[in-house]
Design a protein. Structure first.
Length: 226
């Protein structure tokens, strides 16, 4: 049974989970981080080469300051607490998205973590932060234009944040919403998409493995007949 090389996840539903538990949206975000750790370990077990997690979109700045600040705090804490474990597990960390809008201390930490894990080869963990697919595509086209290169599909892929990363075979969205919310629009043109009803903090290893094993039976046509 062959595993996919690249799995991408829209980790949606934290806020609703927190409210459902009669706590806060932020409580849900905190719980969501715990699931991230489990899914990384499971991805390594399944020999997945790339795991891409959508953590903050270019549209998420519309949320209340209190929630945004908490998400930034959680991320910073995650890097502080988990970096050593990521190194131990031989995880290579890569941030995709526009980091300019984040506090300098976080930017430094993320850059340093990328640097420190760059030779790790068990799995590459891409965290999408202030990531928006439309912005990414526009940036790519601008770069191609600046370099006076031909605008074609190969070059557009090459100048995306995900340059050199194969397109995901699987995209999972938890949280009972059936949309892509500006995530990997270009890269997901032939991706198998799984919309899961469960909220992200309830998503577990078993759910993940069910998707992975289902995928191995899917016949992918890429427009042809097989
Ligand atoms: C987590 O889920 C995604 C992030 C933006 C961090 P949400 O915060 O969107 O949770 P819901 O969808 O409002 O429940
Ligand atoms: C997508 O979830 C973004 C992340 C999971 C980071 P949203 O909750 O922001 O998406 P919408 O607003 O429901 O489309
Ligand atoms: Mg949501």
């Amino acid at each position: 049974m062959s595993s996919p090389k690249h799995v991408a996840i829209i980790m949606d539903g934290n806020g609703r989970w927190g409210i459902k538990k009669k706590k806060s949206r932020n409580f849900g975000h905190k719980q969501g981080v715990k699931v991230v750790e489990k899914i990384i370990s499971e991805s390594i077990k399944k020999k997945i080469n790339y795991l891409t997690l959508f953590a903050f979109s270019t549209e998420n700045w519309k949320r209340p300051k209190k929630e945004i600040n908490f998400l930034i705090y959680l991320l910073e804490r995650y890097v502080d607490k988990e970096l050593n474990k990521l190194i131990e597990k031989k995880v290579r960390l890569k941030i995709i998205g526009n980091l300019n809008k984040f506090p300098t201390s976080l930017k430094r930490k993320l850059k340093k973590s990328e640097q420190m894990t760059k030779n790790n080869n068990k799995i590459q963990l891409n965290i999408a932060l202030n990531y928006g697919s439309k912005e990414e595509i526009v940036k790519s086209v601008k770069k191609i234009n600046k370099l006076s290169l031909p605008i074609n599909s190969k070059n557009i892929s090459k100048y995306l944040y995900t340059s050199n990363i194969p397109d995901p075979e699987i995209l999972i969205r938890t949280g009972n919403r059936y949309r892509l919310s500006n995530f990997l629009l270009w890269q997901a043109s032939y991706t198998e998409i799984f919309f899961i009803k469960k909220l992200w903090p309830d998503f577990n290893k078993k759910d993940f493995n069910k998707i992975i094993s289902y995928f191995s039976k899917v016949r992918r046509n890429f427009g042809g007949i097989r």
